[in-house]
Write a new protein. Structure first.
Length: 464
């Protein structure tokens, strides 16, 4: 190709760019394309298809996931759980009993920390120490801890003068601990006597096990919200953890009761102090480094939960924001084939976010239809369930029934709360959709590197 040909083609291009008719034709074509696009948007076919998809997705997501979780939980139960007793009987006999350090981060826990420490004295485990971290409490938590330390020689107290957050408190305590295995519990958690043995069984038999998450049970049951949460921790949290364990990875450990292998924590850099939910973050850190996390349903602990709508909303908003922060943080790492076992958990979480926004869109369209004139294709006549709602309701009741049958091994009278599950979709589905829609933008616009510090926890109305 000679230079004369190149110059000729270049001059033709310049002539075309300088031609006013050329630009006029481009403008007319662009305007035609835009008009065609908006005509398509205004057509009934487009809006009918879009709204139909949103409604169908809003219905089918909880329906399909309920059966996936039930199937996964039943596989887990028949493979690992059936015939193992209630947590107090058939306790595994370990070939060795490695010493453990029990870490309890505290911030304004004067109403419950003494009960927690005294309950730990009932542990049926031969060798353990207790480290309580007082993180700048403004009540008399420190005073209570120091008094208890005089009574119990194996209790040590770490005092942080400034509010450092739970992640930093756990990190400091892990450095101060004497042992390789750490059992981390919240300050309101009453640990069952054999919980440590059940958790240590996984560490002793599995050298690649980095964490074992336990089975929290609800203590606060004096209100409708408290009773529904009893069912939720069984049918939603417990069921999902069993199902996720079947397909290989767990979205998060329960920060209220979880055991760690310290060498694994050290390898991944311990907890991140800028993540609002340190338990979700450390779960992903460990599993992306190819460590295993296991669920142990026999490791019971009894915890306090919010029993007011305000307290519950704030807690769930923190969970939603924390999940979104982790989704954003580890998005890049998940493109690697080596991280493929995390893909099902990640996809499940992404789909749950889409479902929350589909619920939000449905509610917004329903509200707008009552205050302004809307195109026929966008009108949502009612939020009350039709036949699809009946099917969802039956599936919800079936899901709770399956989970309660499984969990009745650990809590004999749990079925007396079954009546209250009829309120779960109304209260919790709407709340979870709302906090997800709020938590995602909060995670996106969070100040990078800002330390997550303590806010006084809501332990339920009976605790106040």
């Amino acid at each position: 190709m000679d230079m004369e040909f190149i110059n000729t083609q270049f001059n033709r291009l310049l002539a075309t760019l300088g031609d006013k008719d050329f630009y006029s034709q481009m403008y007319v074509q662009l305007q035609t394309d835009i008009d065609t696009f908006f005509i398509f948007l205004a057509s009934s076919d487009f809006w009918g298809t879009l709204i139909g998809f949103v409604f169908s997705f809003s219905f089918f997501y909880p329906l399909v996931m309920a059966y996936i979780w039930m199937l996964g939980a039943l596989i887990y139960y028949f493979h690992w759980e059936r015939g193992t007793g209630d947590g107090e009987s058939n306790v595994p006999i370990l070939k060795e009993y490695p010493p453990v350090s029990i870490l309890i981060p505290c911030h304004n826990e004067s109403s419950c920390i003494e009960d927690t420490i005294r309950y730990l004295e009932k542990l049926d485990y031969p060798n353990y120490e207790i480290i309580a971290i007082n993180d700048a409490s403004t009540d008399n938590t420190l005073k209570i801890l120091l008094k208890l330390a005089e009574e119990y020689p194996h209790l040590r107290v770490v005092n942080l003068e400034n509010n450092q957050g739970k992640a930093t408190g756990l990190y400091v305590a892990s450095l101060a601990s004497k042992h390789e295995f750490l059992i981390c519990i919240d300050a309101d958690a009453l640990l069952s006597p054999n919980a440590v043995t059940w958790m240590m069984h996984h560490f002793v038999t599995g050298p690649r096990v980095a964490a074992v998450t336990g089975n929290p049970r609800i203590r606060t049951r004096s209100t409708l919200l408290g009773r529904i949460q009893v069912c939720e921790f069984s049918a939603i949290i417990g069921l999902i953890k069993r199902a996720q364990r079947v397909y290989g990875r767990i979205f998060t450990v329960s920060g209220v009761i979880v055991g760690f292998r310290k060498s694994a924590l050290h390898k991944v850099g311990y907890w991140s102090n800028d993540m609002i939910t340190e338990d979700i973050d450390i779960s992903w850190k460990l599993q992306l480094d190819h460590w295993q996390i296991r669920f142990e349903p026999h490791a019971l602990c009894w915890i306090l939960m919010p029993e007011t709508l305000t307290g519950l909303f704030q807690q769930r908003l923190r969970w939603a924001q924390g999940g979104a922060e982790v989704m954003i943080k580890y998005m890049g790492q998940l493109t690697s084939w080596a991280s493929r076992r995390m893909w099902p958990v990640y996809i499940e979480y992404l789909v749950s976010i889409l479902w929350s926004y589909s619920i939000l869109l449905t509610v917004v369209l329903w509200m707008l239809g009552h205050i302004m004139e809307m195109p026929r294709q966008l009108i949502v006549l009612t939020l009350l369930p039709g036949w699809s709602g009946v099917l969802l309701g039956v599936t919800c009741l079936l899901q709770f029934a399956v989970s309660m049958i499984i969990d009745s091994h650990y809590e004999k009278n749990i079925f007396k709360y079954y009546f209250w599950v009829i309120w779960y979709p109304i209260i919790y589905w709407m709340m979870n959709a709302a906090v997800t829609c709020i938590g995602l933008p909060k995670a996106f616009f969070k100040e990078e590197g800002k330390k997550a510090v303590w806010v006084s926890p809501d332990r339920g109305i009976n605790d106040k």
